[in-house]
Ligand binder design. Structure first.
Ligand code: GTP
Ligand code: MG
Length: 320
């Protein structure tokens, strides 16, 4: 996972460690810039980087790792600002620490979500999952149901993908495996009406959560888009989540923006991060799409769903 960005950062920052001086800490002076210490007396044992190399090395690494051009620019500019008054050359560790701060800020800026799925004040709490074909909606719904169930919540799933052959059966099997009820109608029946029945069912049985599956659709499928809007109108979800596949890299941004034009959604689930060899998609999404990443998918098993945590991400991309 994230091999490319991890390797690039490790190439840039590990050099310093190899020749780190024993007494460098004593020679650094604090210039009153938060978090930054300067290597004032230039120490021959410390690997330093020239200021103009920041752009070359770091920006290039970001671009090669699927970070969009705008996001890479924003990061390098913020980094330069943070490094502020510091001299022409500085040691690698300081730059690495500042880079972590900048990436964390950029991700947090768009992920300051107050949405906590386990602490909701409505019953049933209704979540609608949307996305194009194959992004992982159905699998994610099963994982989410499993997660909620393991947290002692009662869940029911609405099989509202009545469009794709095999979708209802796929969800039924997943539901059986995790022991969660799936409400279904016939193939090609009205998906909004399945959602309506599922919500009714949840109300009658005091169920905490309704998770609504939906058919995969592109922004060019007029009928399917109208159908999606109808599901939302009828089900009145408390939370609408767009499921995006990290495997397609920067194309997720176009996809998310295309959906925004058609329907309002509250947050993102980014799936298949286990197959994301580059690692920059999280930065790109955080910069370009103004919606929080709430969960991430990290595999095909039922427990491969995590709440997104920026510190987890930083640890992953900066570990060598
Ligand atoms: N490696 C990996 N595979 C995943 C992940 N999430 C889903 N998948 C796989 O992606 C494939 C498609 O998943 P589905 O859940 O059927 O996707 P969908 O969005 O419901 O697809 P449609 O119903 O056709 O629109 C399946 O083979 C899943 O096992 C993930 O986090 N990691
Ligand atoms: Mg599906």
């Amino acid at each position: 996972m994230f091999d490319k960005i991890k390797k690039k950062f490790s190439e840039i920052f590990s050099k310093e460690n190899e020749i780190k001086s024993n007494n460098i800490e004593n020679e650094r002076n604090n210039e009153n810039v938060p978090g930054i210490k300067e290597n004032k007396t230039e120490n021959k044992n410390v690997k330093v980087i020239k200021r103009d190399e920041i752009e070359e090395n770091i920006e290039e690494s970001l671009l090669e790792s699927d970070v969009t051009f705008d996001a890479a620019e924003e990061i390098t500019e913020s980094l330069k600002n943070n490094l502020g008054k510091i001299k022409r050359k500085m040691d690698y560790n300081i730059i690495q620490d500042q880079l972590k701060i900048v990436i964390k800020d950029i991700i947090n800026k768009n992920n300051d979500s107050s949405i906590d799925i386990l602490n909701v004040n409505k019953k049933p709490y209704i979540i609608l999952f949307l996305g194009i074909n194959g992004t992982g909606k159905t699998t994610t719904i099963a994982k989410m149901a499993y997660f909620l169930k393991n947290n002692n919540r009662k869940v029911v799933i609405s099989a509202s993908d009545t469009f794709r052959a095999g979708a209802i059966e796929q969800l039924s099997i997943l539901g059986d495996n995790i022991n969660v009820e799936v409400i279904k109608h016939d193939f090609k029946s009205d998906p909004a009406s399945v959602a309506y029945d599922t919500i009714d069912h949840a109300r009658a049985r005091n169920i905490d959560y309704v998770l609504i599956d939906s058919a995969g659709r592109m922004n060019t499928n007029k009928n399917l888009l109208d159908e999606m809007k109808k599901i939302k109108r009828v089900a009145k979800p408390d939370l609408t989540l767009l499921v995006l596949d990290a495997m397609i890299g920067q194309d997720v941004i176009e996809q998310a923006n295309a959906f925004s034009k058609e329907i309002n959604y509250d947050g993102i689930i980014l799936t298949k991060l286990d197959t994301d060899a580059k690692g920059g998609a999280i930065i790109s999404i955080s910069t370009e799409i103004k919606k929080p990443i709430l969960f991430i998918g990290t595999g095909q098993d039922m427990d491969d769903l995590m709440r997104f945590d920026v510190n987890w991400y930083l640890n992953k991309i900066f570990s060598s």
